[in-house]
Design a protein around this ligand. Structure first.
Ligand SMILES: NC(=O)c1ccc[n+]([C@@H]2O[C@H](COP(=O)([O-])OP(=O)(O)OC[C@H]3O[C@@H](n4cnc5c(N)ncnc54)[C@H](O)[C@@H]3O)[C@@H](O)[C@H]2O)c1
Length: 306
């Protein structure tokens, strides 16, 4: 099978590419390297340094004729989307729509979309959110992720293009950008390894559903044959707060100073947690990596990079 991974030089996309190749699939990667790195692209993948918002992205479809597209390329910063909503929509909506049109014209079978559970559901105060929790996005980023799920459904009904939307929790692991504003695990790991004390925004009791990147890549591969016309939460179903993340990383690094606390970040959700029973039942997928194992693998990776 021929797969096209958009954003395949990035964090999640590169792990999907690695796993596809390990399972014997042919992989082409498209990435404009805005945050991704060429070094993340597996050697045996064809690489196109192109922007999904530009018309010449068609050349990739012409040359590769992919069966399936794993669409991970995106503007990923929530706060940037608040500052520049048109830029967010240009990449996350218009660029993604350009890909959908090309999928139809070049007869791809399916798109697997990297959506976001945290930002499309909004605050989840009680039990973990199922896929039917309802949409309460509070940022342009969340709105673009939510609306693209509707476009996918439209293309399925209108043109028969299969799709699966995967709504991730907070993904962490090797190759996450430690310099961005997303990804507390990567940011804290880098600081701790440099011997610097991280600052937690607010009281650190903000809870998230942290999921290891290889588990996310496995969920994507499960969608090659399963889950068409549907959306699935991809998390662990376990809430972890930022204080616990700091403690686990500090232990893995061997850092023994107390953390700093700063003012809370406006707009941060208090609690976001995903119910993953639908993915277990339909995709036959479940997370395999515990928080402790995942944190250790992340620390080992960043230590080796330094
Ligand atoms: N990391 C998370 O916790 C998380 C959570 C929910 C959803 N997601 C989604 O998963 C996907 C992957 O995120 P990530 O964490 O790997 O981020 P990332 O920044 O590492 O990967 C995104 C990749 O897309 C590329 N890209 C950006 N704009 C592009 C454009 N216009 N044309 C071509 N390439 C472009 C970047 O260079 C980068 O390599 C994104 O769609 C993101 O919204 C991530």
């Amino acid at each position: 099978m021929k797969a096209l991974v958009t954003g395949g030089a990035g964090f999640i996309g590169s792990h999907i590419s690695d796993m596809l190749i390990a399972q014997g699939h042919e992989v082409a990667v498209v990435d404009n390297l805005s945050t991704g790195k060429k070094a993340n692209v597996p050697e045996s993948a064809a690489f196109y340094e192109k922007d999904i918002t530009e018309p010449d992205i068609e050349e990739v479809f012409e040359a590769e004729r992919p069966d399936i597209i794993f669409h991970t390329a995106a503007q990923i910063s929530v706060s940037r989307s608040v500052r520049y909503p048109m830029e967010d929509a240009n990449i996350n909506t218009m660029g993604a729509l350009r890909l959908l049109d090309l999928c139809v014209r070049y007869k791809a079978r399916k798109m697997v979309f990297s959506s976001s559970g945290g930002t499309i559901y909004g605050e989840v105060p009680d039990a973990p959110a199922t896929e039917n929790y309802g949409f309460h996005p509070v940022s342009p980023y969340g709105i673009s992720k939510m609306s693209f799920e509707f476009y996918l459904d439209f293309y399925w009904n209108e043109y028969g293009l299969e799709y699966t939307s995967l709504r991730y929790g907070n993904v962490y692991g090797p190759r996450q950008d430690p310099h961005g504003e997303a990804g507390v695990v990567a940011i804290f790991t880098r600081l701790l390894l440099e011997g610097k004390t991280p600052t937690i925004n607010g009281d650190g009791r903000y809870e998230r559903d942290y999921i290891f990147v290889e588990d996310v890549a496995r969920a994507n591969l499960a969608c090659i044959e399963k889950g068409s016309g549907d959306a699935f939460n991809v998390g662990t179903g376990v809430a972890t707060d930022v204080n616990e993340i700091f403690a686990a990383l500090a232990e893995a690094v061997g850092f023994d100073k107390p953390v700093n606390y700063g003012p809370p970040r406006p707009g941060d959700l208090i609690r976001s947690l995903l119910d993953i029973s639908h993915a277990r039942e339909v995709l036959g997928w479940k997370p395999l990596v515990s928080i402790k194992e995942g944190m250790k693998a992340t620390v080992d990776y960043f230590r080796a990079q330094m």
